[in-house]
Design a protein around this ligand. Structure first.
Ligand code: GTQ
Length: 346
């Protein structure tokens, strides 16, 4: 749709009103209110084998202590240097070297951690530590104290996903450091999972926050569920066998601002075209294959990270049996009544 002609008389008017902080909507209406999403984010992939050498170099360049968080941000090439992987979400790869601590702090941004390489590092959230294993999905809820540490002999790397752009859009960012590097531990490891993660809840417990009380969803359990699904029935033609991570106290997504998912695609499986309004970040946890995103083909293998922007039709093709973890802002869009999806070529 064209905007109306810009006659000299109209231009002179626009120039007269500009100093008064005014502008004509009719010059911009159709780029502001578009008939369908026009994401600036592009389909993109980060191959872990290419990124890992840079991550390890960063490990010698700066300590986790000095950096506070040693993270290489995944910069969507369409977003012009904005620290985002989609229009609304931040992603980065965080490295903790043996013996290091990433000092305790808290912020209103929520974070997810998806463990990519190494095992045995810990993250502590509000008085409880959890040991990180590859494929674990770990939550740092808004405004909770958190520090990370690595007492093992190997580097540990995880993918961070944060709602930084959402919080900043709303100008609701608060952050502060803890007076010490590590926070005191008040509960034994596994306490949250035991209390909240077994389809049981403490009798008098009432949730006080919107985030799941389970803060580590261990991969071993997730993988077992996926294996049973794959054995017990046919895959969905669009998603394969796909599950969402839930908050057991509410049945909602595990986090209030970031929706998380995991799916298994059988060997040789090719999904039908699908699109939705939530730009989505995928991690290949197991297997290999490719995802066609519009005209772009993204070929992935284990530990690769790729992004499908909002409303771009895509299909997955799994060469081997594959597991994909993913996250998006779907939970926000659903709460606001904005989320849409389309199956097939609709
Ligand atoms: O681990 O607390 O990737 O505060 C970005 C900001 C990680 C963290 C990030 C953060 C963190």
């Amino acid at each position: 749709m064209d905007h109306p002609a810009r006659t000299p008389e109209r231009q002179a008017f626009y120039d007269r009103i500009a100093p008064g902080n005014l502008a004509p909507l009719w010059e911009q209406l159709h780029s502001l209110v578009t008939p369908a999403p026009v994401p600036r984010a592009e389909p993109a992939i980060w191959h872990y084998r290419d990124v890992r050498p840079f991550l390890m170099q960063s490990g010698h360049l700066i300590s986790a202590q000095e950096a506070t968080r040693r993270v290489l941000m995944l910069m969507n090439p369409g977003l012009g240097g904005q620290a985002s992987i989609t229009g609304s979400l931040f992603a980065g790869l965080q490295l903790i070297m043996p013996g290091e601590v990433a000092p305790a702090h808290r912020h209103t941004q929520s974070a997810l951690r998806f463990v990519i390489e190494g095992r045995g590092a810990y993250t502590a959230v509000d008085g409880e530590r959890t040991t990180m294993e590859p494929g674990d999905f770990i939550i740092t809820p808004s405004w909770t104290w958190h520090d990370h540490g690595n007492d093992t002999q190997e580097p540990v790397v995880w993918l961070d996903g944060l709602d930084i752009q959402i919080v900043n859009l709303l100008n609701a960012s608060f952050a502060e450091g803890y007076p010490k590097d590590t926070q005191p531990i008040s509960r034994p490891e596994g306490d949250s999972l035991a209390r909240y993660g077994n389809n049981l809840l403490p009798i008098d417990w009432k949730p006080e926050v919107k985030t799941s009380p389970v803060f580590n969803y261990p991969y071993a359990r997730t993988r077992e569920a996926l294996a049973s699904l794959a054995k017990n029935g046919a895959p969905d033609p669009y998603h394969g066998h796909k599950l969402r991570y839930v908050n057991p106290a509410s049945g909602e997504f595990a986090m209030p601002t970031i929706a998380t998912f995991v799916q298994v695609l059988p060997a040789g499986f090719a999904s039908l075209p699908y699109r939705s309004t939530d730009g989505t970040v995928f991690v290949c946890v197991e297997g290999s294959g490719e995802t066609r995103v519009g005209d772009t083909v993204l070929r992935w293998e284990e530990r690769d990270i790729f992004v499908v922007p909002s409303w771009v039709s895509h299909t997955h093709h799994a060469a081997a049996e594959s597991v994909l973890f993913s996250f998006s802002d779907r939970v926000v869009q659903e709460k606001l009544g904005l989320w849409r999806e389309a199956r097939g070529n609709a």
